[in-house]
Design a protein around this ligand. Sequence first.
Ligand code: ACO
Length: 333
Amino acid sequence: MEILKRVYQNAQKYQKRIVLPEGAEPRTLRATEIVLNQKLAQIILLGNPEEIIQAATEIGVNIEGATIVNPKTDQRREAYADLMVEIRKSKGLTREAALELLNDPLYFAPMMIKSGDADGELAGAINATGDVLRPALQYVKTVPGVSVVSGAFLMFVNPHFGHEGILVFADCAVMPDPDERQLAEIAVTTAKTAKAIVGMDPRVAMLSFSTMGSAQHPLVDKMSNATRIARELDPDLKIDGEMQLDAALIPEVGRLKAPDSEVAGRANILVFPGLEAANIGYKLVQRLGKAEAVGPILQGMAAPINDLSRGCSVIDIVNMVAITANQAAALFD
Ligand code: ACO
């Protein structure tokens, strides 16, 4: 896992401030101890300080060095509420409603980031994806020029595939039914993520059940149109499609079905046609193929905010803190 080693080394260099809204959650606390010991980031835990310290003591974890912030009493609440009202005034948000929302750490954390008091956020060990994402989408929003937030997974497969055995899958986490333009944006942002985090030279395959027109169907047209739009968005991007998974990954099949493609047979980024295929696909590779899956890495957001699976392990959290710190450095440095 050379790549993860590099991600850790970068995180140690950057010392970004990562806010963890699920401050009293046991895996989060264990991960905090590891992150602090390995000096991967500065950690801000949100919640009631007494509850957090008691939870840490109960499981024998040392979280000295973490900053604990209580969203219900913190002195920045007034300023954050003003900013929330400003951002959501067209939606009729009142100051009273904003202060109420700030009691929820999943709203307080994005406002810390928006106000420059934290560099990144990681949550989802005990909250559903939608609940983590909604406040981030509403207040932190997308990076200029991007309209779609999506989620990529680094899939550590075997050295025959991808970049040193890593394939990047997207969008496995956010957009249930992306249109052509959104799929094109997902392709372009995933290539940027792969470059920034893995150091990959991206070769993007736009997946379908057809390769280069072998079948006719509106769903096939959707992927070939998305490929064309992605080329317009980033003319230097190596991208091809629509293509089937075997044409994307297996050199002999790629040569047979798409002989003129610089991507077929050697793709390292797979863009799926929708969330159903992508989410099921990454879990198949993870569970049946025994690949390690790191993510989802959320991309396209104006600041790094990442979502954990509720089945995550302590090491998953540590890895994602390091990745969030790397994303923060790529965005802000
Ligand atoms: N990119 C950018 N902005 C977005 C996106 C997106 N992908 N999706 C929604 N928004 C914006 C909307 O425009 C809206 O903005 P506004 O309030 O300023 O007008 C705001 O975010 C809220 O959008 P809604 O559509 O009202 O919110 P919704 O309740 O639909 O939530 C969400 C959006 C949470 C992303 C939803 O699409 C969702 O739940 N997706 C699936 C997540 C999921 O369950 N993934 C699988 C599990 S993850 C895993 O297994 C790894």
